[in-house]
Design a protein around this ligand. Structure first.
Ligand SMILES: *Cc1c(COP(=O)(O)O)cnc(C)c1O
Length: 220
């Protein structure tokens, strides 16, 4: 499939999941995860109408943003865990950060940010996996309070990446728990679901789905 066809297919699946869940089409935003894909692949999807792109690695974000600086309206999202010494790239180039899990990083991002606040999601480690980033569910509220006090960040929602299971259904209880926590904290946005489970995420309230493989093919 061409990137254009993949994009149409994924958009169709998003619309179908919205219909299934009784949600308005357009209530779910598609974030194209372009990590490890060449800038030319981003350019092609942009030409097909895609505007939001997600990168995991701060230096890759820096390089790709420079290579694609001629594309008006392209919006960058940083979605991977961040080290303090790389925060400057995210603060400068991204509109959204999906993987906030430490107050030190939040403070550094706020300190480096100029202009519009950086929209942030706190990443929740839903299954208590030691190998994964994100904060435990009970630590989300105290972190959220500290983030809300920072001038140049806007806390918009929660993000999670459940353990990869063969069955997409296995993600449902995790998505549901994160949606419930977000409601309790008054957060409107939910960054949930990737290629294998985004339809389930939409049924559980995702407002952003982060899709890589289904759009670009497998990563090199
Ligand atoms: C790579 C990645 C994705 C995309 O995963 P696919 O399975 O390729 O859709 C989504 N979210 C995060 C945080 C990622 O690192």
């Amino acid at each position: 499939m061409s990137p254009e066809e993949s994009l149409a297919e994924v958009r169709g699946q998003i619309d179908a999941a919205c219909a299934q869940a009784g949600r308005a089409p357009g209530s779910v935003n598609l974030l194209a995860v372009s990590k490890l894909q060449p800038a030319e692949a981003v350019r092609r999807l942009y030409a097909a109408g895609q505007r939001h792109f997600g990168e995991n690695y701060a230096q890759e974000l820096r390089d790709k943003a420079a290579a694609l600086a001629d594309l008006p309206g392209l919006v960058w999202h940083a979605i991977g865990p961040l080290q303090a010494n790389k925060a400057k790239y995210v603060a400068k180039l991204a509109a959204y950060f999906h993987a906030l899990d430490r107050v030190e990083i939040a403070a550094e991002l706020s300190r480096r940010r100029a202009g519009e606040p950086l929209r942030c999601f706190v990443e929740v480690n839903v299954a208590g996996e030691s190998s994964k980033s994100g904060v435990a569910p009970e630590a989300v509220e105290p972190l959220a309070e500290k983030v809300r006090a920072l001038p140049n960040l806007a806390l918009v929602g929660l993000m999670a990446m459940p353990p990869l299971e063969a069955e997409a259904e296995a993600s449902r209880p995790h998505f549901r728990a994160v949606a419930s926590l977000a409601r309790r904290l008054g957060l409107a946005e939910l960054s949930l679901g990737s290629t294998h489970d985004f339809a389930v995420a939409i049924e559980e309230g995702a407002t952003w789905v982060r899709v890589g493989t289904a759009l670009f093919g497998s990563r090199p």
